[in-house]
Design a protein around this ligand. Structure first.
Ligand code: UT7
Length: 336
């Protein structure tokens, strides 16, 4: 491990929030030609949470605010201590202004600068890395990092190839400055992308290139379209490569790893990656069965669950590993 700065950062608090409504596979079977057995067998998903449209408590920023308060409470901090908010989402409350501006106001985090990061499902690790760099550079001391989505508003509920996969939720972590020598810290980040695959996961309309029109709405051009089979293949290889890079670059072996936290896109992807890494599923954190794919929220919500139920303990070595639309990729290695 090369010393690259005076400071490091460590995660000192986590939080997560999901909408109240549980949508089962049977409920989806009433919308499209599918069934519980197919969804469970091909994805590992049993149910997902769906935000209530129009409910002010279940907007992207409102769920993030509640998750943030949980994380701040765990860290023993208040909103006034936060000097930066880095917010990963591809489904913000509004395109302008940013989700992080709403969150800052909801929390009363008056001392915080704010920014959104859009790397789709990889967003949380891009945001965490950005926050880590501000702390390492000595610029910030206490940063709130969010991964949150209301994907249900972008799902085409008539497309059985994609609507079965996604859910809503919000996760938050607090990261704080620590000594570089503290073993409990973020060790390294590895971010990448391959823009040749932009068409594999895309909302084609709704941006400046193709604004929403009546025709766009008619053809669901502003909703998520997915080439799932192609994504699947790239995802397995890339997730395995990025996890390996995270370990190798710090001189760790796979047997040193206590918990592997992969993006929750499909249980079969997760199992295939664990298999490639020769790492046991018993030490791979999975909650896709209950929440589906919540994009940027999968990693921080999974992390919060495993911290709060005591699976993740002080001193444990973790690798978090993601892929998403773009295609974007990333991994982070840290010791809890
Ligand atoms: O986080 C980033 C975003 N996530 C992803 O990109 C997800 C990655 N991909 C996947 O998870 C999987 O590819 C899916 C779950 C999306 C699809 O699973 P698959 O095993 O790759 O299925 P497939 O697309 O190869 O389709 C197999 C069959 C097809 O029928 P035929 O052509 O064999 O007759 C599909 O029409 O399954 C059919 N099918 C379905 N049947 C019942 C596709 N979706 C469904 C469905 N219910 N919901």
């Amino acid at each position: 491990m090369k010393k690259t700065s005076l400071y490091s950062s460590r995660i000192t608090g986590t939080g997560s929030v999901f909408p109240k409504k549980i949508m089962s596979n049977d409920e989806i079977s009433k919308l499209v030609d599918t069934n519980n057995e197919w969804i469970l067998e091909r994805t590992g998903i049993r149910e997902r949470r769906i935000a209530a449209p129009g409910d002010p408590h279940e907007t992207n920023s409102a769920m993030s605010a509640r998750a943030s308060l949980m994380a701040l409470d765990m860290a023993g901090k208040t909103a006034a201590d936060v000097d930066l908010i880095v917010y990963a989402t591809c489904t913000p409350d509004t395109l302008v202004p940013s989700a992080s501006s709403y969150l800052q106001h909801l929390l009363g985090a008056k001392n915080a600068g704010v920014m959104d990061v859009n790397a789709a499902c990889s967003g949380f690790l891009y945001a965490l890395t950005t926050a880590d760099m501000f702390v390492r550079a000595g610029q910030k001391k206490c940063v709130l990092v969010i991964g949150a989505e209301v994907l249900s508003s972008y799902v085409n509920w008539q497309d059985r190839g994609s609507c079965i996969l996604f859910g809503d939720g919000a996760g938050a972590v607090v990261i704080e400055r620590t000594d570089y020598e503290n073993p409990s810290r973020i060790y390294s980040s590895h971010l990448g992308a391959d823009g040749q695959f932009t068409d594999l996961i895309i909302c084609p309309a709704g941006g400046s290139k193709q604004p929403v029109t009546a025709e766009v709405i008619e053809s669901a051009g502003h909703k998520i379209t997915l080439k799932g089979r192609e994504v699947f293949k790239v995802a397995v290889k890339t997730l395995a490569d990025y996890a390996t890079e995270a370990l190798d670059s710090n001189g760790f072996k796979i047997s040193d790893l206590d918990w592997f936290i992969p993006h929750q896109a499909n249980l079969r992807i997760i199992e295939a990656v664990a298999n490639r890494l020769d790492f046991p599923m018993s030490k791979t954190l999975v909650n896709i069965e209950r929440y589906g794919n919540t994009s940027a929220a999968t990693i921080p919500t999974m992390l919060d669950e495993a911290v709060r139920d005591g699976r993740i303990k002080k001193g444990h070595l973790l690798v978090m590993d993601v892929f998403g639309a773009g295609l974007t990729y990333g991994s982070v290695c840290l010791r809890w």
